[in-house]
Design a protein around this ligand. Structure first.
Ligand code: IPM
Ligand code: MG
Length: 350
């Protein structure tokens, strides 16, 4: 089969890690007799530098015409310390999510036995942890009305959710729970926030339609604590945009494998697959960043194209590379490989 894949490499280490995922996808194409047509497009700080905006229309058109989007990372330190910057790379990411209707961000958190010692938590706490964070991605405080008072001494960000927005993300979270261990934790702050009470109201209604799934409810502060204390008790966790932003970062480090975790953003139009880590500017161009999170994102991309065998070939190659210590310096025990060497090895071992 023939597929069109938009490639938004972005900033920092984005281009070099995306290159490795492309190598692996090319090996998959060869082995399974597919054709992947890669269409590069600008995003992030590099797009601002070239065309003045972080998610230009041409990039959006490329995404819309593609079967999937492979995304690297965005962000540049020159914007981080400048709160007055008019355009920021992150705006590109938010615009892409909104314009592609990507209302759900899926982050599977899995442990790799060979890396348990890298976790900041005790081995007995994390060993076997395996859950998915489903984060609402196009609503809430990120996208509500925001502004400053005329005298600039006050600022506000509105948090807004509609029943429909809550229903569609819960539906998706239930479908994940149904395919997994049939447990769904709805995380909110219903003791304080009106939007959270709407979430809970909608969830309590829907829970009856999913009688085979055990639904429980947790306040976000408690969830932040329980994730650290008992990560193994979670199966699927669903939550609103900002809580999900925070909890998914927390979740991603507890297994000790930040450089290995992929994500998918799905919704109305083309889905986007990207590593959960950022653009790691300090490592850009050094050929040292771990490409595996991006390569496992490519595996999720293959699954979304209904190519499970192909995805499995990628996952198997990654597992073998970890066993054989063909890994970058962030997880290497002895001799570390370069980013490009890991990519080459994985491509050869598909
Ligand atoms: C993420 C990031 C983004 C977010 C930033 C870069 C805008 O932290 O994808 O989690 O907050 O959503
Ligand atoms: Mg985040």
């Amino acid at each position: 089969m023939k597929y069109k894949i938009a490639v938004l490499a972005g900033d920092g280490i984005g281009p070099e890690i995306v290159d490795q995922a492309i190598k692996v996808l090319k090996a998959v194409a060869q082995k399974f007799d597919h054709e992947f047509d890669f269409k590069p497009a600008l995003t992030g700080a590099s797009a601002i530098d070239e065309v003045g905006e972080p998610y230009p229309q041409t990039t959006h058109d490329t995404c819309m015409e593609s079967d999937a989007v492979l995304f690297g990372a965005i962000g540049d330190p020159k914007y981080d310390n400048d709160p007055a910057a008019k355009v920021r790379p992150e705006q590109g990411l938010l615009k892409m999510r909104k314009d592609l209707g990507l209302y759900a961000n899926i982050r599977p958190v899995t442990t790799f036995d060979s890396l348990l010692h890298k976790s900041p938590l005790r081995k007995d706490i994390v060993e076997g942890a395996d859950f998915v964070v489903v984060r609402e991605l196009t609503g809430g405080i990120y996208f509500g009305e925001k502004g400053r008072s005329e005298d600039l001494t006050k600022a506000f960000d509105h948090c807004v959710y509609s029943t429909e927005e809550v229903e569609r993300i819960l539906k998706l979270a239930y479908s994940y729970a149904g395919k997994r261990n049939k447990r769904l934790t709805v995380v909110d702050k219903a003791n304080v926030l009106c939007t959270s009470r709407l979430w809970r109201e909608v969830a309590q209604k829907m829970e009856k339609e999913y009688a085979d799934i055990e639904t429980d409810y947790m306040f976000v502060d408690n969830a932040a604590m329980q994730l650290i204390q008992w990560p193994k008790k979670f199966d699927v966790m669903v939550t609103e945009n900002m809580f999900g932003d925070i909890l998914s970062d927390e979740a991603s480090v507890i297994t000790g494998s930040l450089g290995l975790l992929p994500s998918a953003s799905v919704g109305i139009h083309t889905s986007v697959f990207e590593p959960i880590h950022g653009s790691y500017p300090q490592a850009a161009g050094k050929d040292i960043a771990n490409p595996v999170a991006t390569i496992l994102s490519a595996a999720m991309l293959l699954e979304s194209l209904d190519l499970p065998e192909e995805a499995k070939a990628v996952r198997n190659a990654v597992n073998r590379s970890l066993e054989e210590n063909i890994v970058t310096e962030d997880i290497a025990e002895e001799k570390a490989c370069k980013t490009s060497e890991v990519g080459d090895w994985l491509a050869e071992n598909i």
